[in-house]
Design a protein around this ligand. Structure first.
Ligand code: KG4
Ligand code: ZN
Length: 800
């Protein structure tokens, strides 16, 4: 007998958790009708939607008598709204839909508000204005009739005080001459809570009950998407860091810092691997030059290119080979579409995929600025280019007769925003299949199941605390079956450090792709045809410490997946992960021991009395070790992250050349201080430069590194003395430093203490280490519940 099928919809874009459950009639891609609605609820959550959402969803399902097995689709609000709020909703939805193996659809949070008003009997012109923080609102206009809701404007963000001007302009555009009579809208949306006085003169203010998102509105609003991997939030703006960069670049008349940017090619793929950066004013003349070469009389001048750069609705990217401009692409975002204004590659750099990457970068920005489609013009005679765009998903929609100055026609092509061709969301994906035992010869399902049972528990762990989106599967023996890392470094390096908002955005773009790849890779290791979420025995995730907005994506996704697959959830402290990374190379490592945790955010010595029983003996009172490496590299103009760059340079320098301070070396305790050392290095650099001497970079790097290493080793040995431990290990990004590793090898050998070091691949952030902690937790039955939230700080000493 056919079961009833249901769709669950939720939204946490604002201060309210809204949930709706509806019956699916026909395709689940079609919005519900009023008759389909089974249950709805709205709960004030303020900033706690991550803790409340799944518990509320369970209650709503129970109340409606709907089982998880009856869920045929998940629908989530895409915003616009609070960035973190939208990501909590969407990450949970992505996890749930993936594990339930059902499609995921998105609805506009603003549409949902207005559809609820429709259901309440509102008719006529409606303006919805959601709070966008920073004294801004997300406005949109709608016409509401008996038939339903018609949206009249695309998503955008405006200053609250400018909302009346926006309304006048939008009304004029929508109504043309009719606007003379002035259509006054009914105004709703949670922007009214802060800016009621701004809106009051502009129309009638709706009843407050209609301002927010509701389960009913979510079910009635039109849906889009279907694939959990590709659904993304509506932001309508770039991160602050990117916005500020655009302004700076548009004024920057000297080409600087050409060597950091988005590096979408590995050297192995191509002899030349250009660096991609937003275009700056310094290269406007180069663009004009190339324009002359490839566009002839349709070429733009340097002045017109420069004029483009500071505009908020434009995005321009360029590819550089060293100092040389290899290509550029500019787009104009208008009415939810990015129109490609210019795209060109230098003839010497053709056929290397540069144009495709430039378009993907422009499309990526355009998506963040609120676009969902792309359009461009191409010469009618240029069949090659047309084929190229067709492969990208665009198709011809018409022509512009005699568009070019030589009177050739242009073909207009349109389509969805193209994606990056490489890996996940343009990030480099590192996949390690770790070979399991020989696959079963016959490959029968039964024997696969048997061999899988032997390997229980299978745990998938997720890590998203900083700028790596990672997933790993471990089996009951502690063997890592898959280890997948998508590194965002390329998207942060030109800012000289991790930009939290970019990190969060990239996590939500990558999380499904990384987890899918992880499950496929685990299947390969097991010799199984497939590993599904429901085959797992638990889902684990890093919940602390780290960047809150980054952690939230992993935690919400993991909770959604654990909920969907009906398996337990395990919460892991990132620092404990770095400790456990030592088990990869030294499986028999055993407490009591001392671990030194040295990363971009932490520097500490911890007494590991037992697994799970930690006493922090001392930590840094200011900067972390990795942070010091990064800051010194920045001072030397060497790019980000600094650790690997400095350690390579240091290998060629004299560690005794400069006597940098070793702070707290003789303090008699286990505290560290690194900010003085960083200042000493920058002061030294300034003095040398003032004296007109050329900097000896290798010597500076080697001497700085030695100062760090000396203190680290001295204090670590003191910690071993204090505890009497016979085992020592290191964890965190800085444990990859060859100088530090060598110094520890010598010092531990001298003392007869056993030293363990993580393999180089497990020094930085990955999820294998999280999976290993999770396995221990699993054995102790230490599970988290679905109210789990993230924490920016969480000492290891506290049991959790
Ligand atoms: O553990 P991790 O990947 O992320 C955090 O949890 O912070 O550590 C990253 C830090 C960065 O500051 C980076 O510069 C540093 O580790 N690092 C190194 C080396 N490789 C990475 N520091 C010194 N020498 C290295 N070879
Ligand atoms: Zn780390």
């Amino acid at each position: 007998m056919a079961q009833d099928a249901y769709v669950v919809a939720f939204d946490t874009a604002n201060e309210v958790v809204a949930i709706g459950i509806g019956r699916v009639c026909g395709a689940c891609a079609t919005a519900c009708t009023l008759d389909d609605i089974v249950a709805t609820r709205e709960v004030a959550a303020h900033r706690a939607s991550n803790t409340v959402l799944l518990a509320q969803l369970d209650e709503a399902l129970a109340e409606a008598g709907v089982a998880k097995a009856d869920i045929a689709a998940v629908v989530c609000g895409r915003g616009p709204g609070s960035f973190t709020g939208v990501r909590i909703c969407m990450a949970t939805a992505k996890g749930a839909a993936s594990a339930l193996e059902v499609p995921l659809f998105g609805v506009s949070t603003l549409d949902a508000v207005v559809w609820n008003a429709w259901a309440s009997g509102v008719r006529g012109r409606v303006m919805c204005a959601a709070d966008a923080m920073r004294k801004e609102v997300y406005p949109a206009l709608f016409d509401v009739t008996d038939e339903g809701v018609r949206r009249l404007t695309t998503d955008t963000v405006v200053k609250a005080v400018d909302a009346p001007a926006w309304l006048a302009e939008a009304t004029a555009l929508v109504d043309g001459d009719a606007s003379v009579q002035g259509v006054t809208p009914l105004i709703m949306g949670d922007g009214l809570a802060k800016y009621r006085t701004v809106f009051e003169p502009e129309g009638r203010i709706a009843d407050e009950a209609l301002w927010g998102v509701s389960g009913r509105g979510l079910l009635l609003a039109p849906r889009s998407g279907g694939d959990p991997a590709t659904l993304l939030p509506v932001y309508t703006r770039l991160s602050d860091a990117e916005e500020n960069e655009r302004i700076r670049l548009s004024k920057e008349h000297e080409g600087k810092n050409l060597h950091t940017g988005v590096q979408l090619f590995d050297g192995s793929q191509d002899a030349a691997h250009p660096t991609y950066r937003p275009l700056d004013a310094a290269h406007a003349a180069d663009v004009a030059c190339l324009e002359q070469e490839v566009m002839g009389s349709d070429a733009w001048s340097a002045a017109s290119v420069e004029d483009e750069l500071p505009r908020k609705d434009r995005t321009w990217w360029a590819a550089f080979d060293g100092e040389r401009l290899a290509g550029y692409c500019g787009g104009w975002i208008v009415d939810g579409q990015v129109q490609i204004l210019k795209i060109a590659t230098h003839p010497a750099y053709r056929r290397r995929g540069i144009a495709a990457e430039l378009i993907a970068l422009v499309a990526d920005d355009a998506r963040n600025l609120g676009a969902s489609t792309m359009s461009l013009e191409v010469r009618a005679s240029n069949a090659g280019a047309q084929t190229f765009y067709e492969r990208m998903g665009l198709h011809a929609v018409g022509t512009r007769p005699r568009y070019y100055s030589d009177r050739e026609d242009a073909v207009i092509m349109e389509g969805p925003l193209p994606q990056f061709r490489r890996d996940v969301a343009g990030m480099r994906l590192h996949v390690d299949d770790v070979a399991g035992p020989a696959p079963t010869a016959d490959g029968e399902a039964a024997s696969q199941a048997a061999s899988r049972a032997k390997r229980a528990p299978l745990i998938l762990a997720i890590e998203s605390s900083c700028d790596e989106t990672a997933a790993s599967v471990v089996d009951g023996s502690g063997a890592i079956l898959s280890d997948v890392v998508a590194s965002q470094i390329d998207f942060h390096s030109r800012f000289g450090g991790v930009v939290p908002e970019i990190a969060s955005r990239k996590h939500i773009e990558a999380i499904c792709g990384v987890c899918d790849e992880c499950l496929e890779s685990a299947a390969r290791s097991l010799g199984a045809s497939r590993v599904r979420w429901r085959d797992l025995d638990a889902v684990a995730v890093t919940y602390a410490p780290g960047l809150v907005g980054a952690l939230v994506v992993g935690v919400a996704f993991a909770k959604g997946a654990a909920w969907g697959a009906d398996v337990p959830l395990i919460a892991v402290n990132h620092l404990e992960g770095h400790l456990y990374a030592n088990k990869i190379a030294t499986p028999d490592i055993k407490p009591p021991m001392v671990v030194s945790l040295v990363s971009g955010g932490h520097t500490m010595l911890v007494h590991v009395r037992d697994w799970g029983d930690y006493v922090t003996m001392g930590s840094t009172i200011d900067d972390a070790v990795g942070e010091a490496f990064d800051k010194v590299a920045k001072a030397l103009g060497l790019g980000y992250p600094g650790g690997p760059i400095i350690s390579k340079l240091a290998a060629k320098g004299d560690p005794k050349a400069i006597d940098f301070p070793r702070a707290l070396m003789h303090s008699g305790d286990l505290r560290f201080s690194l900010s003085g050392l960083k200042t000493a290095v920058t002061t030294y650099i300034q003095k040398e430069q003032q004296a007109g001497r050329e900097l000896n970079m290798p010597d500076i790097a080697a001497s700085f590194q030695q100062a760090v290493v000396d203190v680290q080793v001295k204090k670590a040995m003191a910690a071993l003395d204090e505890t009497g431990a016979r085992e020592f290990c290191v964890g965190g990004g800085v444990s990859a430093n060859p100088g530090l590793r060598a110094a520890y090898e010598a010092a531990c050998k001298k003392r007869g203490v056993r030293l363990s070091l993580p393999p180089l691949s497990a020094c930085g952030d990955q999820a294998a280490m999280i999976a290993l902690v999770a396995l221990d937790r699993y054995r102790h039955g230490a599970f988290a519940d679905l109210t789990l939230d993230v924490k920016a700080h969480a000492p290891l000493d506290e049991a959790y």
